[in-house]
Design a protein around this ligand. Structure first.
Ligand code: UD1
Length: 417
């Protein structure tokens, strides 16, 4: 097990460089199997979810060369092997191989995906989308065998604007016969990044980033390259840390347009931010106002930043209300924050924060990726030593987090226990 140990209270000053977006990269990598030849992905974050996807590519006999933050993926000798349960289970984004292998081979065999335990996370919308395109889904226990004689364009309405279902349907539809229209598509910027890559390969996708995406099927996809967009969730997490501990802390290499609602909420708390083209400079606020936060789909407040943001709410003067609207089980960090001295009442997806609390170090455990980021944030402001077990969750989505935080003055280390 990996454990993060933090001695809190240090000022953060200097520059943190933001990597490529996890949620883009984990879709861009499976997208490669749709094309023949060499695909290049630049600005790939060095996270363990990336390593798990490369393991799946290796199983499919796809060659991957890693050069710094660039992946060169050669699909020439690809084999449509079954993705076994262990690999399917390693991460949520394994589900993108459902759409991409179906799109390429009209057949895919794999298991239910893994990922953070933040709710039931069904994949019914993905499967309904595949079926609308003409596929048959056969489920035996947790194994899925999805086949199609032919994939044909269709009009698909998503009951919920799901990120995963939107991307997976794009993958399955990109080489289908005729035109597919996804209504009530998710609008997250990562989806635009993925559509951009597919279009670079020769796909005909319009409307990505809006709630209606039109995909005109093409016969072939060719070699292409793409750069992963900056990780808005990683950037938001470090901005939150800066609001608590920053002294001219520079968060560099982000796209502030992707974080408008987060930056506004942090400003509403009384934090002064300097927003430039690709960076944000942030100083610790003298005092923080209580605010209400409600997560929602893009461009709303991202659910993935709800947990880190809640640490900021423990420091607001007064009562802050917090509501999570996307996942049913995203409060795993709260008992840990309570253990550190935070005054929070919560039930279901709603929490009330009574600020301002002084936090103290404790022995706690990450329950999922973003809860882990919240606990690191709490550990950085807590008095004394915080020990965070199960830190593997955090490394799934934050590249070189120990390094990035140590470089700006945090007392943080990771140990194997
Ligand atoms: C993706 C992100 C995750 C982020 C989430 C919402 C990846 C790998 N993960 O997750 O970091 O928190 O978007 O921004 O990109 N749902 C169904 N049926 C489905 C699909 C989804 O009911 O078939 C529900 C989910 O249970 C959830 C909601 O829809 O309540 C949103 O899920 P979705 O947008 O699909 O999230 P993920 O793709 O799992």
């Amino acid at each position: 097990m990996k454990t993060i140990v933090i001695n809190g209270g240090e000022t953060l000053t200097g520059t943190i460089n933001i990597g490529g977006a996890k949620n883009s990269a984990v879709a861009l990598i499976p997208a490669c199997v749709l094309a023949d030849g060499n695909l290049t992905i630049k600005n790939v974050p060095n996270i363990s979810d990336k390593d798990a996807l490369i393991e799946i590519l290796n199983l499919l006999n796809v060659k991957v060369v890693e050069e710094k933050d660039q992946l060169i993926i050669n699909t020439k000798n690809i084999k449509n092997n079954v993705i076994n349960e262990i690999l399917s289970n390693k991460l949520r984004a394994s589900y993108y191989f459902m759409g991409s292998l179906l799109g390429r081979f009209k057949k895919v065999e794999m298991y239910f995906p893994g990922g953070c335990n933040i709710g039931s996370r069904p994949i019914d919308l993905h499967l309904k989308g595949f079926e609308a395109l003409g596929a048959k889904v056969n489920k035996i226990d947790s194994k899925y065998i999805i086949t199609a004689d032919e994939l044909k364009g269709a009009d698909i309405y998503l009951d919920f604007a799901s990120v995963g279902a939107t991307i997976n349907i794009m993958f399955a539809a990109v080489k289908a016969i005729g035109t597919t229209v996804i209504h009530n598509a998710a609008k997250e910027v990562e989806i635009e990044n993925v559509a951009h890559f597919l279009n670079n390969m020769g796909a005909k996708i319009k409307g990505a980033g809006t709630d209606i995406i039109t995909i005109e099927g093409v016969q072939e996809l060719k070699e292409a390259s793409i750069a992963v967009i900056p990780d808005r969730i990683e950037a938001g997490t470090y901005i939150i840390m800066g609001a608590l501990l920053g002294k001219n802390l520079v968060i560099e290499g982000l796209n502030p347009d992707h974080l408008t609602v987060v930056l506004n909420k942090i400003r509403e708390m009384g934090v002064e931010l300097k927003v430039l083209d690709h960076k944000v400079i942030i100083n610790k606020a003298k005092s923080l106002k209580a605010v209400n936060v409600r997560t929602s789909v893009y461009p709303g407040f991202p659910t993935d930043l709800g947990q880190p943001m809640s640490v900021l709410l423990t420091q607001g003067e007064g009562i802050s209300q917090f509501e999570e609207t996307i996942f049913e089980n995203r409060m795993g960090h709260i008992p840990n924050l309570q253990k550190m001295g935070a005054k929070i009442e919560y039930e279901g997806q709603h929490a009330v924060f009574y600020g301002k609390c002084s936090l103290h170090g404790a022995k706690i455990a990450a329950t999922d990726l973003r809860s882990g980021a919240a606990l690191v944030t709490a550990g950085l402001i807590a008095k004394g030593e915080t020990v965070i077990n199960d830190a593997e969750h955090i490394l799934r989505g934050y590249e070189r987090i120990i390094n990035k935080l140590s470089n700006v003055g945090a007392k943080i280390e990771i140990i194997e226990v």
